[in-house]
Design a protein around this ligand. Sequence first.
Ligand code: MG
Length: 383
Amino acid sequence: MLNLSRRNFIQSGSLTAAAGFIGLNSLFTQMSCKPSNTRINGNGKLSLKFMPYDLKLKHAFTLAGSSRTTTPVMLTEITYDGIIGYGEASMPPYLGESHDTAAKFLSTLKLDQFSDPFQLEHILAYVDGVAPGNYAAKASIDIAMHDLIGKLMQQPWYKIWGFDARTTPNTSFTIGIDTKEVVQQKVIEASPYKILKVKLGRDNDKEMIETIRSQTEVPLCVDVNQGWTDKYKALNMIHWLKDKGIVFVEQPMPKESIDDMAWLTENSPLPTIADEALQRLPDVKKMHGVYSGINIKLMKCTGMREAHKMLTLARALNMKVMIGCMTETSCAVSAAAQLSPMTDWCDLDGNLLISNDIFTGVQIVDGKVTLIDKPGIGIEPII
Ligand code: MG
């Protein structure tokens, strides 16, 4: 397993842009590292490289059921006619993927059988069919393919999809469950953001909210990560939260609690959002009537193409839509941000929570997701 320091990366040399495209040089070459797998083919074929990387979290990330300080990711590059598309798989441990599983999956792919990257539906159907699961690894291919195609078309994906960059929502900044002192410090750090996402689900929920409310009046949303098990207590808590200026409640109860969740949504004064309860496109319809909306994440649903379909279906079902992320570099976050103009809320702070990002991409300006007019997913490696 390679573990690259940002210092080595910065020392590795400069990136040369050519022909108006960004990122024509291999990130892995720039990082002076041998990727764990290389498929070099003739002209007009897709070739894949991938490389493991560990994200360092600025703060230990504590949810209702776990705590960690690093997140393993797999970086991918797909090259076609000298143009490189970048992708990423983020693999927090609770999702069951790892450097090893991703490397195994990506090693089995034979992308060199494809000579036309625009046959994306066909290519991604092949990738999805190679093995079950491996959703993040599949997303790393999907994102790299979208980046590649956008660069070939010389357009960013939000434009290809017909979205208006001016309609992106504010992004929420996440505050994990922690001691009062640490929460207070995080709220100070979060001052540029117009909405905060507060993790709840342990035994200090009210203290978390009261601590934050003593410092700021910005809108809050909460993510319980399945932490509440009694629907009556959950409803009481949601009424209390409404009085505190909370905007929505994400995954309040265990994902298996379908009937209780449908009851809670029907009676809740705040929208409820499914996160752990759904992954892919067929799940959207199952969430209809159970939750008010869905949280789409590229790492759960195999990437941008399926995420776009989920967004369209949820809208047709009159459901709320948010787009979220894992802890990720600006690569996967910028890919997700291409969908953000059509969402109600977005939670795209994954790159802001790490100290060793290796891309620049979407920016947060005045708390708002700000898309840039660069082709593909709009990123450049930091050299
Ligand atoms: Mg969540």
